[in-house]
Design a protein around this ligand. Structure first.
Ligand code: CUA
Length: 218
């Protein structure tokens, strides 16, 4: 049986020398720990504002069906080919580029240019997906975005390295998650463009709703 002397409670005083003033070394370590806590605390807002880690671009709500329709209009306007049943799209410089995530694929395949700026719109049709980029025969790029249905993630991007990239879904989205791989090809700025599959002016005329998403929906 435990004797009352060894029980630590509000009734029985604990054993030891806790009531004597702390040693100088202990005070120093507490001060160092506190100062470090304050530095880390300050780093949160400082890193947010100065860390250059936040994506530039536009955010907005969008109906998933409308985003899908807008992506299809984008494909119709700038499609240059097809690969494994997926449209291959080569948008002009400065274009609004659309890529949609759905169970379990990314649409379309993109052909972009090194050193050219685009606004890359990402959204999902069904559930949450994750966008990360890996260069084929290269390293994973430091890119990681949550792709949410109903939310247009518009990123201002300038590809800096030519090559072929895989878009990997990094958010578990169901049974086919592991197979959800998209493709982006970054070409040299001087590489010849592929001819459009359709006359884009005709497509633009046939798609009056092309920019209907602009007012508030994007
Ligand atoms: Cu989409 Cu995992």
């Amino acid at each position: 049986m435990t004797t009352p002397e060894t029980v630590h409670s509000g009734v029985v005083a604990p054993q030891g020398v806790w009531w004597k003033p702390a040693h100088k070394a202990e005070k120093t370590w507490v001060a160092i720990a506190f100062a470090w806590c304050m530095i880390l605390f300050a780093m949160m807002p400082i890193w947010h504002l100065k860390g250059q880690q936040n994506p530039s671009g536009i955010r907005g709500r969008v109906d998933p069906g409308r985003f899908m329709a807008r992506t299809q209009e984008f494909i119709a306007a700038y499609q240059v080919g097809e690969e494994n049943g997926y449209p291959v799209v080569e948008p002009p410089a400065g274009a609004d580029v659309y890529m949609i995530a759905m169970m379990w694929r990314w649409m379309p395949v993109l052909r972009l240019r090194e050193g050219v700026s685009y606004t890359l719109h990402l959204s999902a049709l069904d559930v949450n997906h994750g966008f990360s980029l890996i260069q084929v025969d290269g390293n994973a790029q430091n890119v990681n975005f949550q792709i949410v249905p109903g939310y247009d993630y518009g990123l201002r991007i300038v590809p800096t390295k030519t090559g072929e990239y895989r878009v990997i879904c990094n958010e578990f989205c169901g049974i086919g998650h592991h197979a959800m791989v998209g493709k982006i090809v970054v070409l040299d700025a001087a590489a010849p463009a592929m001819p459009l599959l359709k006359d884009s002016t005709a497509t633009a005329a046939a798609a009056p709703a092309a920019d209907s998403a602009k007012g508030g929906a994007r």
